[in-house]
Design a protein around this ligand. Structure first.
Ligand SMILES: CC(C)(COP(=O)(O)OP(=O)(O)OC[C@H]1O[C@@H](n2cnc3c(N)ncnc32)[C@H](O)[C@@H]1OP(=O)(O)O)[C@@H](O)C(=O)NCCC(=O)NCCS
Length: 295
């Protein structure tokens, strides 16, 4: 007997993370850290995010997270592939008159099959993400230009860390309030939140990692360098420091998922330069409101 329930707060995020960790592989679209970052990096967006969980036997077997008006993210236990149809059915009911999009990893074949079964079409040629990984042996040295210092983000660094993020990802809705919520979220760890401080004391670059202890895998999300400090190796240094910290915390592997298309090549170049290798890519499916396959 499978029960469905609407997302009702951080306790349900933990249930979603528990499933995400249980079925995780280096090729997965979702890691426990993505869920924490994705759910807390902005405040005030819950009304735009209808989210549903499918549970049985005290465990979550599937979840769906809609970003209105018509986008779906999901995870489904591959041992219960029929639940992918349940999630997609709920999505189609919820955004009935809207064009729909869904993103999965190329390795999540049970999700790809469900999407194809329901008439979703693959959108090729646009932006996509590459899933990269590397083991944490023989990590690159932390190389910094004179005057720059790499360290963990302390409480006193939070306003500067937020300014750096807002500059790197301009325009950005990340704020001191939302970043504080990120720091309160499981499994955030201060030792895996690394920044590079410029000679003038401002945060010039940063790299946040999230450790899934059960999987022994750390996810990099996000990385940024303030525009006027770019091209000096600071993102590489922040990531190298973060990867070392992740190894010290018990991770054996790290993953990251930058854009893979030629329109936005720098982040993938950064990570491949740090020894990350390609594992999978995102697949982007869509369905027009009128086509309503199988409904
Ligand atoms: C991606 C980003 C973090 C890189 O920061 P950075 O401090 O300039 O990066 P580094 O100086 O460490 O350079 C890393 C690699 O990218 C290359 N690179 C950096 N800027 C580049 C540019 N404008 N064009 C081409 N290559 C560039 C460097 O040559 C280096 O490659 P190499 O190792 O082969 O020499 C920065 O551009 C940024 O904040 N972008 C916006 C946020 C973002 O997209 N973050 C990544 C999300 S996954």
């Amino acid at each position: 007997m499978v029960d469905t329930r609407r997302y009702a707060g951080p306790r349900d995020l933990r249930a979603m993370q528990e499933l995400t960790s249980r079925i995780w592989s280096p090729e997965s679209r979702w890691h426990v850290g993505d869920l924490a970052w994705g759910r807390f990096q902005h405040v005030g967006r819950e009304a735009e995010w209808p989210t549903m969980l499918w549970d049985a036997g005290g465990r979550t077997l599937a979840w769906g997270w809609i970003e209105l008006p018509g986008h779906l993210e999901l995870a489904v236990d591959p041992g219960r592939p029929e639940l992918a149809d349940e999630v997609l059915g709920w999505f189609e009911e919820t955004v009935r008159d809207t064009d729909r999009s869904v993103v999965v990893s190329s390795a999540e074949t049970h999700l790809v099959e469900a999407l194809e079964r329901r008439g979703y079409l693959r959108a090729d040629g646009g932006p996509f993400f590459v899933h990269l990984s590397r083991d944490l042996q023989a990590l690159p040295e932390i190389r910094l230009p004179a005057g720059y210092v790499a360290r963990a983000v302390g409480d006193e660094d939070v306003p500067g860390r937020v300014l750096a993020h807002r500059a790197a990802f301009h325009p950005s809705r990340v704020s001191v309030e939302s970043y504080s919520a990120v720091r309160d979220a499981w499994p955030y760890r201060q030792d895996l939140d690394r920044c590079v401080v410029a000679p003038d004391g401002s945060v010039a670059a940063y790299c946040l990692l999230w450790l899934d202890e059960a999987a022994g895998a750390a996810r990099i999300e996000p990385v940024g360098t303030v525009p006027e400090h770019r091209g000096r190796g600071l993102a590489g240094a922040a990531c190298s420091a973060g990867l070392r910290a992740a190894r010290a915390a018990g991770a054996a592997l790290a993953v990251v998922a930058p854009r893979g298309d030629d329109a936005y090549p720098v982040p993938a170049r950064l990570y491949r330069g740090l020894g990350f290798q390609d594992r999978a890519r995102s697949l982007h499916f869509h369905a027009h409101a009128a086509s309503d396959a199988q409904s």
